[in-house]
Design a protein around this ligand. Structure first.
Ligand code: LLP
Length: 430
Protein backbone atom coordinates (compact mmCIF):
# COMPACT_ATOMS: atom_id res chain seq x y z
CA UNK A 1 0.00 0.00 0.00
CA UNK A 2 2.71 2.49 0.99
CA UNK A 3 6.00 2.99 2.77
CA UNK A 4 4.67 4.84 5.83
CA UNK A 5 5.02 2.36 8.67
CA UNK A 6 5.26 2.30 12.45
CA UNK A 7 8.45 0.91 13.98
CA UNK A 8 8.36 0.46 17.75
CA UNK A 9 5.42 2.83 17.92
CA UNK A 10 7.05 5.55 15.82
CA UNK A 11 5.84 6.45 12.32
CA UNK A 12 8.45 6.43 9.59
CA UNK A 13 8.36 7.51 5.97
CA UNK A 14 10.61 4.84 4.43
CA UNK A 15 13.61 5.14 6.82
CA UNK A 16 12.94 8.65 8.08
CA UNK A 17 11.53 9.21 11.56
CA UNK A 18 8.65 11.65 11.09
CA UNK A 19 8.85 13.21 14.54
CA UNK A 20 12.48 14.09 13.97
CA UNK A 21 11.59 15.52 10.57
CA UNK A 22 8.73 17.63 11.95
CA UNK A 23 10.94 18.91 14.80
CA UNK A 24 13.46 19.99 12.20
CA UNK A 25 11.14 21.50 9.58
CA UNK A 26 8.02 22.51 11.49
CA UNK A 27 4.39 21.75 10.76
CA UNK A 28 2.13 21.50 8.86
CA UNK A 29 4.30 19.45 6.55
CA UNK A 30 3.57 17.30 3.52
CA UNK A 31 5.87 14.28 3.36
CA UNK A 32 6.06 12.07 0.28
CA UNK A 33 7.65 8.68 -0.21
CA UNK A 34 9.56 8.28 -3.44
CA UNK A 35 9.34 4.51 -3.26
CA UNK A 36 5.55 4.65 -2.98
CA UNK A 37 5.24 6.95 -6.00
CA UNK A 38 7.44 4.69 -8.07
CA UNK A 39 5.82 1.53 -6.82
CA UNK A 40 2.31 2.68 -7.71
CA UNK A 41 3.38 4.00 -11.09
CA UNK A 42 5.19 0.73 -11.76
CA UNK A 43 2.19 -1.40 -10.84
CA UNK A 44 -0.07 0.43 -13.29
CA UNK A 45 2.58 0.28 -16.02
CA UNK A 46 3.06 -3.44 -15.48
CA UNK A 47 -0.63 -4.29 -15.26
CA UNK A 48 -1.43 -2.51 -18.52
CA UNK A 49 1.81 -3.46 -20.31
CA UNK A 50 0.01 -5.79 -22.77
CA UNK A 51 -1.56 -2.67 -24.28
CA UNK A 52 1.75 -0.76 -24.38
CA UNK A 53 -0.11 2.34 -23.20
CA UNK A 54 1.06 5.89 -22.62
CA UNK A 55 0.64 6.71 -18.94
CA UNK A 56 -0.15 10.39 -18.63
CA UNK A 57 0.17 11.16 -14.94
CA UNK A 58 -2.51 13.61 -13.90
CA UNK A 59 -0.57 16.65 -12.67
CA UNK A 60 -3.59 18.07 -10.90
CA UNK A 61 -3.34 15.35 -8.25
CA UNK A 62 0.15 16.29 -7.03
CA UNK A 63 2.14 18.64 -9.21
CA UNK A 64 5.46 19.36 -7.54
CA UNK A 65 8.00 19.37 -10.37
CA UNK A 66 10.42 17.23 -8.40
CA UNK A 67 7.80 14.51 -8.31
CA UNK A 68 6.97 15.02 -11.97
CA UNK A 69 10.66 14.54 -12.76
CA UNK A 70 10.67 11.14 -11.02
CA UNK A 71 7.78 10.00 -13.17
CA UNK A 72 9.17 11.50 -16.37
CA UNK A 73 12.34 9.51 -15.73
CA UNK A 74 10.15 6.38 -15.77
CA UNK A 75 8.65 7.31 -19.11
CA UNK A 76 5.48 9.02 -17.95
CA UNK A 77 3.61 11.53 -20.04
CA UNK A 78 1.35 14.05 -18.34
CA UNK A 79 -2.31 14.97 -18.24
CA UNK A 80 -2.61 18.76 -17.89
CA UNK A 81 -5.62 21.02 -17.46
CA UNK A 82 -4.13 24.50 -17.63
CA UNK A 83 -1.28 26.59 -18.94
CA UNK A 84 0.21 26.40 -15.46
CA UNK A 85 0.24 22.62 -15.50
CA UNK A 86 1.70 22.64 -19.02
CA UNK A 87 4.46 24.90 -17.70
CA UNK A 88 5.09 22.42 -14.88
CA UNK A 89 5.31 19.55 -17.35
CA UNK A 90 7.81 21.53 -19.41
CA UNK A 91 9.87 22.40 -16.32
CA UNK A 92 9.95 18.70 -15.43
CA UNK A 93 11.32 17.86 -18.89
CA UNK A 94 8.28 15.85 -20.01
CA UNK A 95 8.09 14.59 -23.57
CA UNK A 96 5.58 17.02 -25.09
CA UNK A 97 4.24 14.40 -27.48
CA UNK A 98 3.01 12.56 -24.37
CA UNK A 99 0.99 15.51 -23.06
CA UNK A 100 -2.80 15.42 -23.14
CA UNK A 101 -4.60 18.64 -22.32
CA UNK A 102 -8.17 18.53 -20.97
CA UNK A 103 -10.42 21.17 -19.41
CA UNK A 104 -13.61 22.94 -20.47
CA UNK A 105 -12.26 26.49 -20.43
CA UNK A 106 -8.93 26.58 -22.25
CA UNK A 107 -8.03 30.19 -23.10
CA UNK A 108 -6.46 31.38 -26.36
CA UNK A 109 -3.17 32.02 -24.57
CA UNK A 110 -3.16 28.53 -23.07
CA UNK A 111 -4.05 26.90 -26.40
CA UNK A 112 -1.35 28.83 -28.21
CA UNK A 113 1.26 27.81 -25.64
CA UNK A 114 0.23 24.17 -26.03
CA UNK A 115 0.36 24.41 -29.84
CA UNK A 116 3.83 25.88 -29.63
CA UNK A 117 4.94 23.20 -27.21
CA UNK A 118 3.74 20.51 -29.65
CA UNK A 119 1.57 18.56 -27.22
CA UNK A 120 0.14 15.15 -28.11
CA UNK A 121 -3.61 15.76 -27.80
CA UNK A 122 -6.09 18.41 -26.94
CA UNK A 123 -8.92 16.64 -25.16
CA UNK A 124 -11.89 18.50 -26.60
CA UNK A 125 -14.88 19.34 -24.46
CA UNK A 126 -17.20 21.19 -26.89
CA UNK A 127 -17.80 22.23 -30.50
CA UNK A 128 -16.93 25.84 -29.72
CA UNK A 129 -13.64 24.78 -28.22
CA UNK A 130 -12.77 22.61 -31.22
CA UNK A 131 -13.44 25.48 -33.60
CA UNK A 132 -11.29 27.79 -31.55
CA UNK A 133 -8.35 25.36 -31.37
CA UNK A 134 -8.57 24.65 -35.12
CA UNK A 135 -8.66 28.40 -35.81
CA UNK A 136 -5.63 29.08 -33.59
CA UNK A 137 -3.74 26.12 -35.10
CA UNK A 138 -4.35 27.44 -38.59
CA UNK A 139 -3.41 30.99 -37.63
CA UNK A 140 -0.16 29.95 -35.99
CA UNK A 141 0.75 27.41 -38.67
CA UNK A 142 0.52 24.31 -36.47
CA UNK A 143 -1.12 20.97 -37.05
CA UNK A 144 -2.32 19.38 -33.86
CA UNK A 145 -4.29 16.34 -32.72
CA UNK A 146 -7.48 16.16 -30.76
CA UNK A 147 -9.38 13.57 -28.77
CA UNK A 148 -13.10 14.10 -28.38
CA UNK A 149 -14.17 13.76 -24.77
CA UNK A 150 -17.27 11.59 -24.73
CA UNK A 151 -19.66 11.08 -21.85
CA UNK A 152 -20.47 7.40 -21.93
CA UNK A 153 -23.30 8.03 -19.43
CA UNK A 154 -22.27 5.50 -16.81
CA UNK A 155 -22.55 6.03 -13.08
CA UNK A 156 -19.18 5.53 -11.37
CA UNK A 157 -20.85 5.66 -7.92
CA UNK A 158 -18.52 8.22 -6.47
CA UNK A 159 -19.02 11.68 -4.96
CA UNK A 160 -21.28 13.91 -7.08
CA UNK A 161 -18.55 16.56 -7.25
CA UNK A 162 -16.17 14.05 -8.84
CA UNK A 163 -18.65 12.25 -11.09
CA UNK A 164 -17.86 13.34 -14.63
CA UNK A 165 -19.02 10.72 -17.14
CA UNK A 166 -22.76 11.12 -16.85
CA UNK A 167 -24.88 12.70 -19.55
CA UNK A 168 -25.66 15.85 -17.62
CA UNK A 169 -22.01 16.61 -16.84
CA UNK A 170 -20.28 19.83 -17.93
CA UNK A 171 -17.49 17.71 -19.42
CA UNK A 172 -17.42 16.32 -22.95
CA UNK A 173 -20.33 15.46 -25.25
CA UNK A 174 -22.78 12.55 -25.23
CA UNK A 175 -22.52 9.59 -27.62
CA UNK A 176 -25.07 10.88 -30.12
CA UNK A 177 -23.48 14.27 -30.29
CA UNK A 178 -20.09 12.57 -30.69
CA UNK A 179 -21.19 11.11 -34.03
CA UNK A 180 -22.31 14.51 -35.26
CA UNK A 181 -19.07 16.00 -33.92
CA UNK A 182 -17.02 13.77 -36.21
CA UNK A 183 -19.29 14.62 -39.15
CA UNK A 184 -18.61 18.31 -38.58
CA UNK A 185 -14.94 18.23 -37.66
CA UNK A 186 -13.57 14.75 -38.41
CA UNK A 187 -11.72 15.91 -41.50
CA UNK A 188 -10.29 19.17 -40.19
CA UNK A 189 -6.70 19.50 -41.47
CA UNK A 190 -5.41 21.78 -38.68
CA UNK A 191 -6.81 20.00 -35.66
CA UNK A 192 -6.88 16.32 -36.54
CA UNK A 193 -9.65 14.59 -34.67
CA UNK A 194 -8.27 11.06 -34.43
CA UNK A 195 -8.96 10.04 -30.85
CA UNK A 196 -11.66 9.57 -28.25
CA UNK A 197 -11.31 10.41 -24.56
CA UNK A 198 -13.34 9.36 -21.55
CA UNK A 199 -12.96 10.05 -17.85
CA UNK A 200 -15.85 8.76 -15.80
CA UNK A 201 -15.09 10.05 -12.31
CA UNK A 202 -12.75 9.71 -9.40
CA UNK A 203 -12.22 7.62 -7.36
CA UNK A 204 -13.93 4.64 -8.99
CA UNK A 205 -13.29 1.59 -6.82
CA UNK A 206 -14.87 -0.87 -9.22
CA UNK A 207 -13.73 -1.89 -12.71
CA UNK A 208 -17.29 -2.41 -13.96
CA UNK A 209 -18.09 1.24 -14.86
CA UNK A 210 -14.87 1.28 -16.93
CA UNK A 211 -15.97 -1.86 -18.75
CA UNK A 212 -19.39 -0.35 -19.47
CA UNK A 213 -17.92 2.96 -20.60
CA UNK A 214 -15.25 1.37 -22.79
CA UNK A 215 -17.77 -0.94 -24.46
CA UNK A 216 -19.92 2.05 -25.30
CA UNK A 217 -17.09 4.06 -26.82
CA UNK A 218 -15.73 1.04 -28.70
CA UNK A 219 -19.11 0.77 -30.42
CA UNK A 220 -18.86 4.46 -31.26
CA UNK A 221 -15.33 4.00 -32.60
CA UNK A 222 -16.48 1.05 -34.77
CA UNK A 223 -19.25 3.23 -36.22
CA UNK A 224 -16.91 6.12 -36.85
CA UNK A 225 -14.36 3.89 -38.54
CA UNK A 226 -17.09 2.32 -40.68
CA UNK A 227 -18.08 5.84 -41.72
CA UNK A 228 -14.52 6.51 -42.89
CA UNK A 229 -13.05 8.44 -39.97
CA UNK A 230 -9.63 7.67 -38.57
CA UNK A 231 -9.76 6.88 -34.85
CA UNK A 232 -6.44 5.46 -33.77
CA UNK A 233 -6.31 6.37 -30.07
CA UNK A 234 -8.49 5.89 -27.01
CA UNK A 235 -7.74 7.74 -23.77
CA UNK A 236 -9.55 6.05 -20.88
CA UNK A 237 -8.85 8.82 -18.35
CA UNK A 238 -8.00 8.38 -14.70
CA UNK A 239 -10.04 7.61 -11.61
CA UNK A 240 -8.56 4.41 -10.19
CA UNK A 241 -9.00 4.25 -6.43
CA UNK A 242 -6.57 4.77 -3.57
CA UNK A 243 -6.45 3.44 -0.02
CA UNK A 244 -8.09 5.98 2.25
CA UNK A 245 -8.84 2.96 4.39
CA UNK A 246 -6.72 -0.19 4.29
CA UNK A 247 -7.17 -2.13 1.09
CA UNK A 248 -10.15 -0.07 -0.03
CA UNK A 249 -9.13 0.16 -3.68
CA UNK A 250 -8.66 -2.69 -6.10
CA UNK A 251 -5.05 -3.13 -7.23
CA UNK A 252 -4.10 -2.00 -10.74
CA UNK A 253 -4.17 -5.60 -11.97
CA UNK A 254 -7.85 -5.93 -11.07
CA UNK A 255 -8.74 -3.00 -13.35
CA UNK A 256 -6.34 -4.28 -16.01
CA UNK A 257 -7.77 -7.82 -15.99
CA UNK A 258 -11.11 -6.39 -17.07
CA UNK A 259 -9.92 -3.54 -19.30
CA UNK A 260 -7.00 -5.07 -21.21
CA UNK A 261 -9.04 -7.80 -22.96
CA UNK A 262 -11.47 -5.17 -24.26
CA UNK A 263 -8.74 -3.09 -25.85
CA UNK A 264 -6.25 -5.69 -26.97
CA UNK A 265 -6.09 -6.23 -30.74
CA UNK A 266 -8.35 -3.28 -31.37
CA UNK A 267 -5.65 -1.42 -33.25
CA UNK A 268 -5.91 1.45 -30.80
CA UNK A 269 -3.15 3.34 -29.04
CA UNK A 270 -4.26 3.51 -25.40
CA UNK A 271 -3.70 6.39 -23.00
CA UNK A 272 -4.35 6.34 -19.24
CA UNK A 273 -4.45 9.38 -16.96
CA UNK A 274 -3.91 8.11 -13.41
CA UNK A 275 -3.36 10.64 -10.64
CA UNK A 276 -4.81 9.62 -7.29
CA UNK A 277 -3.87 5.94 -7.62
CA UNK A 278 -0.22 7.00 -7.90
CA UNK A 279 -0.07 9.98 -5.55
CA UNK A 280 -2.62 9.57 -2.75
CA UNK A 281 -0.88 6.92 -0.68
CA UNK A 282 2.52 8.42 -1.44
CA UNK A 283 1.96 11.36 0.91
CA UNK A 284 1.03 12.14 4.50
CA UNK A 285 0.27 15.47 6.09
CA UNK A 286 1.90 16.06 9.48
CA UNK A 287 0.19 18.41 11.86
CA UNK A 288 0.88 19.38 15.46
CA UNK A 289 -1.80 19.33 18.16
CA UNK A 290 -2.19 22.88 19.50
CA UNK A 291 -4.99 22.54 22.00
CA UNK A 292 -7.50 20.10 23.38
CA UNK A 293 -10.88 21.64 24.07
CA UNK A 294 -14.26 20.36 25.14
CA UNK A 295 -17.52 21.88 23.95
CA UNK A 296 -20.63 20.30 25.46
CA UNK A 297 -20.00 16.58 25.30
CA UNK A 298 -17.58 16.97 22.45
CA UNK A 299 -13.83 16.81 22.51
CA UNK A 300 -11.96 18.90 19.95
CA UNK A 301 -8.38 18.22 18.97
CA UNK A 302 -7.21 21.46 17.41
CA UNK A 303 -4.27 21.04 15.04
CA UNK A 304 -2.15 23.50 13.08
CA UNK A 305 -3.29 22.28 9.63
CA UNK A 306 -6.77 22.95 8.34
CA UNK A 307 -8.99 23.18 5.30
CA UNK A 308 -6.39 25.61 3.94
CA UNK A 309 -3.85 22.77 4.01
CA UNK A 310 -6.01 19.76 3.07
CA UNK A 311 -9.48 20.64 1.77
CA UNK A 312 -10.91 17.19 0.99
CA UNK A 313 -12.67 16.47 4.30
CA UNK A 314 -14.39 19.88 4.28
CA UNK A 315 -15.26 19.90 0.58
CA UNK A 316 -16.27 16.28 0.01
CA UNK A 317 -16.71 14.94 3.54
CA UNK A 318 -13.83 12.71 2.44
CA UNK A 319 -12.51 10.19 4.95
CA UNK A 320 -8.80 10.37 5.73
CA UNK A 321 -7.35 8.00 8.27
CA UNK A 322 -5.38 9.99 10.86
CA UNK A 323 -3.41 8.82 13.84
CA UNK A 324 -0.70 10.05 16.22
CA UNK A 325 2.80 9.47 14.88
CA UNK A 326 4.02 8.13 18.22
CA UNK A 327 1.98 5.51 20.05
CA UNK A 328 2.40 2.80 22.64
CA UNK A 329 2.46 -0.81 21.53
CA UNK A 330 -1.25 -1.40 21.89
CA UNK A 331 -2.13 1.53 19.64
CA UNK A 332 0.04 0.68 16.68
CA UNK A 333 -2.51 0.66 13.84
CA UNK A 334 -2.38 -2.74 12.14
CA UNK A 335 -4.87 -1.42 9.62
CA UNK A 336 -6.26 2.01 8.79
CA UNK A 337 -10.00 1.83 9.27
CA UNK A 338 -12.92 4.16 9.84
CA UNK A 339 -13.55 2.35 13.08
CA UNK A 340 -10.44 1.07 14.74
CA UNK A 341 -10.63 -2.05 16.89
CA UNK A 342 -8.17 -0.80 19.53
CA UNK A 343 -9.36 -0.54 23.12
CA UNK A 344 -9.60 2.74 25.10
CA UNK A 345 -10.01 5.10 22.15
CA UNK A 346 -11.74 8.41 22.69
CA UNK A 347 -14.03 10.07 20.15
CA UNK A 348 -12.89 13.53 19.06
CA UNK A 349 -13.36 16.07 16.30
CA UNK A 350 -10.01 16.90 14.77
CA UNK A 351 -10.25 20.47 13.55
CA UNK A 352 -8.05 23.18 12.09
CA UNK A 353 -7.41 26.81 13.03
CA UNK A 354 -9.49 28.35 10.22
CA UNK A 355 -12.46 30.52 11.11
CA UNK A 356 -15.03 28.22 9.52
CA UNK A 357 -17.19 25.57 11.17
CA UNK A 358 -16.51 23.39 8.12
CA UNK A 359 -12.81 23.33 8.93
CA UNK A 360 -12.32 19.77 10.12
CA UNK A 361 -10.34 16.64 9.28
CA UNK A 362 -12.46 14.18 11.26
CA UNK A 363 -15.70 14.24 13.20
CA UNK A 364 -16.47 11.94 16.07
CA UNK A 365 -13.36 9.89 15.32
CA UNK A 366 -12.10 7.35 17.84
CA UNK A 367 -8.45 8.12 18.55
CA UNK A 368 -5.80 7.18 21.08
CA UNK A 369 -5.38 9.85 23.76
CA UNK A 370 -3.48 12.87 22.43
CA UNK A 371 -2.16 16.00 24.09
CA UNK A 372 -0.81 19.38 23.13
CA UNK A 373 2.42 19.04 21.14
CA UNK A 374 1.69 15.58 19.77
CA UNK A 375 2.10 15.03 16.08
CA UNK A 376 -0.76 13.66 13.97
CA UNK A 377 -0.36 12.12 10.54
CA UNK A 378 -3.18 12.43 8.04
CA UNK A 379 -2.72 9.54 5.62
CA UNK A 380 -3.40 9.29 1.88
CA UNK A 381 -2.86 13.04 1.56
CA UNK A 382 -0.53 12.88 -1.44
CA UNK A 383 -3.27 13.43 -4.03
CA UNK A 384 -5.45 16.54 -4.07
CA UNK A 385 -3.72 17.73 -0.91
CA UNK A 386 -1.07 20.37 -1.46
CA UNK A 387 -2.45 21.19 -4.92
CA UNK A 388 -5.74 22.31 -3.34
CA UNK A 389 -4.11 24.18 -0.45
CA UNK A 390 -4.82 27.89 -0.14
CA UNK A 391 -3.73 30.94 1.78
CA UNK A 392 -7.12 31.45 3.40
CA UNK A 393 -6.84 33.31 6.71
CA UNK A 394 -3.38 34.42 5.47
CA UNK A 395 -1.89 31.05 6.24
CA UNK A 396 1.39 30.33 4.44
CA UNK A 397 1.25 27.03 2.56
CA UNK A 398 3.35 24.23 4.06
CA UNK A 399 6.66 22.81 2.92
CA UNK A 400 6.82 19.58 0.92
CA UNK A 401 9.46 16.96 1.61
CA UNK A 402 10.41 13.97 -0.50
CA UNK A 403 11.83 10.99 1.35
CA UNK A 404 14.06 8.51 -0.42
CA UNK A 405 15.32 5.77 1.92
CA UNK A 406 16.92 7.60 4.83
CA UNK A 407 17.26 10.88 2.89
CA UNK A 408 14.78 13.71 3.09
CA UNK A 409 14.78 16.62 0.64
CA UNK A 410 12.72 19.79 0.86
CA UNK A 411 11.10 19.97 -2.57
CA UNK A 412 9.01 23.04 -1.80
CA UNK A 413 9.91 25.60 0.83
CA UNK A 414 7.40 26.65 3.42
CA UNK A 415 5.83 29.93 2.39
CA UNK A 416 6.64 32.97 4.52
CA UNK A 417 4.58 36.00 5.50
CA UNK A 418 6.73 37.95 3.04
CA UNK A 419 5.62 35.58 0.26
CA UNK A 420 2.03 36.32 1.16
CA UNK A 421 2.58 40.07 0.89
CA UNK A 422 4.93 40.06 -2.09
CA UNK A 423 2.37 40.71 -4.81
CA UNK A 424 0.72 43.52 -2.90
CA UNK A 425 3.69 45.67 -1.97
CA UNK A 426 3.89 47.83 -5.06
CA UNK A 427 0.47 49.09 -6.10
CA UNK A 428 0.50 50.33 -9.65
CA UNK A 429 -2.01 52.57 -11.35
CA UNK A 430 -3.40 51.32 -14.67
N1 LLP B 1 -8.31 12.79 -16.22
C1 LLP B 1 -9.27 13.72 -16.13
C2 LLP B 1 -9.88 14.23 -17.34
C3 LLP B 1 -9.68 14.17 -14.86
O1 LLP B 1 -10.66 15.07 -14.77
C4 LLP B 1 -9.06 13.64 -13.71
C5 LLP B 1 -9.45 14.11 -12.38
C6 LLP B 1 -8.04 12.69 -13.86
C7 LLP B 1 -7.69 12.29 -15.14
C8 LLP B 1 -7.32 12.09 -12.69
O2 LLP B 1 -8.15 11.35 -11.90
P1 LLP B 1 -7.51 10.46 -10.73
O3 LLP B 1 -6.74 9.33 -11.36
O4 LLP B 1 -6.63 11.33 -9.94
O5 LLP B 1 -8.67 9.98 -9.97
N2 LLP B 1 -10.24 16.94 -6.04
C9 LLP B 1 -10.95 15.68 -6.08
C10 LLP B 1 -10.64 14.91 -7.33
C11 LLP B 1 -10.93 15.65 -8.59
C12 LLP B 1 -10.61 14.84 -9.81
C13 LLP B 1 -10.67 15.69 -10.99
N3 LLP B 1 -10.31 15.01 -12.19
C14 LLP B 1 -10.61 14.88 -4.85
O6 LLP B 1 -9.87 15.38 -4.00
O7 LLP B 1 -11.10 13.78 -4.65
Amino acid sequence: MDFFQYRDGQLYAEDVNLDTLADQLGTPLYVYSRKTFEDHYGRIAEAFAPLDPTLCYSIKSCGNINILKLLVARGAGMDVVSGGELRRAQAAGADMSKIVYAGVGKTDAEITAALEAGIGYFNIESEAEFENIARLAEQTGHTTHAALRVNPDVDPKTHTYTTTGKKESKFGVDLERARRFFESYGKNPHCRLTAVHIHIGSPVNDPQPYVDAINKVLALIDDLRAAGYTVDTLDIGGGFGAHYESDEAPPAVTYAERIVPLLKDRDLKVILEPGRSIAANAGVLLSRVQYIKTGGDKKFVIVDAGMNTLLRPSLYQAFHFLWPTKVDAKHVPEQRLKEMPNADLEPADVVGPICETGDFFAQHRALPPVKRGDLIAVFAAGAYGMVMASNYNAMPRPAEVLVDGDNATIIRHRETYEDLLAHELEPQSV
